[in-house]
Design a protein around this ligand. Structure first.
Ligand code: ADP
Ligand code: MG
Length: 256
């Protein structure tokens, strides 16, 4: 497996937002310390509002922390970069571009489309939409559009891949296939992947680490290393053990 050697560090990172209704602030994140490295696949889980998307947006450089510092190899992140590819929670495609052109868009913007047409082909194949290449987003189902949005962020082979609930709109079967496809691409590129998911099984199936968060204020409550190779067996004893541990941290334990 290829591996890049980047180190992403969040040091004492907090993020507050002014509330619209009154003078109060939302403590979206409180004092986050994290060191993440190339080759890791980080699954972020936690209740709605615990700051998962905020972490991704900070790392993407779309917003800046209220306190603390975020660095890649010691260099502070201050703005977005193609080295950090993001797929948003509610990704939208360009409605005036075909599936194929949506996938190739960022390569084209960087003047890198020529000579990389095979990458677009590969991505079309990964998501099984070769025969939809000339369709427009309005003609696609929600799941198809989500798959296009996913590979659009993968195609740049960013050092840091940020995925905000990338598979949420997919049916269970397509979802499991796409989990394997994402893992394959991640393993080939050795990048640092950070994925938000609501699905605890997905978090364990894909992650080298599962980071569990809680809200008010947004914070990390557990950082669990998943000590298993790939592909993983969702019904193995160790898998079930991880599931119980994480559900307990999320306060969904069986009360045993
Ligand atoms: P999650 O992705 O875990 O559901 P978010 O990171 O989206 O949570 O949000 C964390 C908290 O910060 C929530 O209370 C949310 O309402 C608040 N928040 C996020 N972005 C903004 C913003 N731009 N303005 C005001 N409040 C925000
Ligand atoms: Mg979110």
């Amino acid at each position: 497996m290829a591996e890049n050697n980047i180190t992403l560090e969040l040091k004492n990172v907090s993020k507050s937002f002014a509330k619209v209704e009154n003078d109060e602030v939302t403590h979206a994140l409180n004092s986050i310390d994290l060191t993440l490295r190339g080759g890791e696949f980080i699954s972020l889980v936690g209740p709605s509002g615990c700051g998962k998307s905020t972490i991704l947006r900070l790392v993407a450089g779309l917003i800046n922390p209220t306190t603390g510092q975020i660095t890649v190899d010691g260099k502070e992140i201050l703005e977005p970069s193609p080295e950090r590819g993001m797929m948003f929670q509610k990704s939208t495609l360009f409605p005036w571009l075909t599936v194929e052109k949506n996938i190739g868009f960022s390569l084209k913007m960087q003047g890198k489309l020529k000579g990389n047409e095979d990458k677009v082909e590969r991505m079309l194949k990964v998501i099984g939409l070769e025969s939809f290449r000339n369709d427009y987003p309005g003609q696609l189902s929600g799941g198809m559009a989500q798959r296009v949005a996913l590979v659009r962020s993968l195609i740049n082979e960013p050092d840091i891949l940020l995925l905000d609930e990338p598979l949420g709109a997919l049916d269970a079967f397509t979802r499991m296939n796409m989990q394997d496809e994402i893992l394959k691409i991640w393993q080939e590129n050795g990048q640092l992947a950070i994925m938000v998911t609501h699905d605890v099984d997905e978090a364990i199936y894909m992650g080298t680490r599962v980071i569990v968060m809680d809200a008010n204020p947004g914070r990390i409550v557990a950082d669990i290393k998943i000590d298993e190779g790939y592909p993983r067996d969702r019904s193995s004893e160790s898998f079930v053990g991880y599931r119980n541990e994480i559900l307990n941290r999320l306060h969904f334990g069986g009360g045993r």
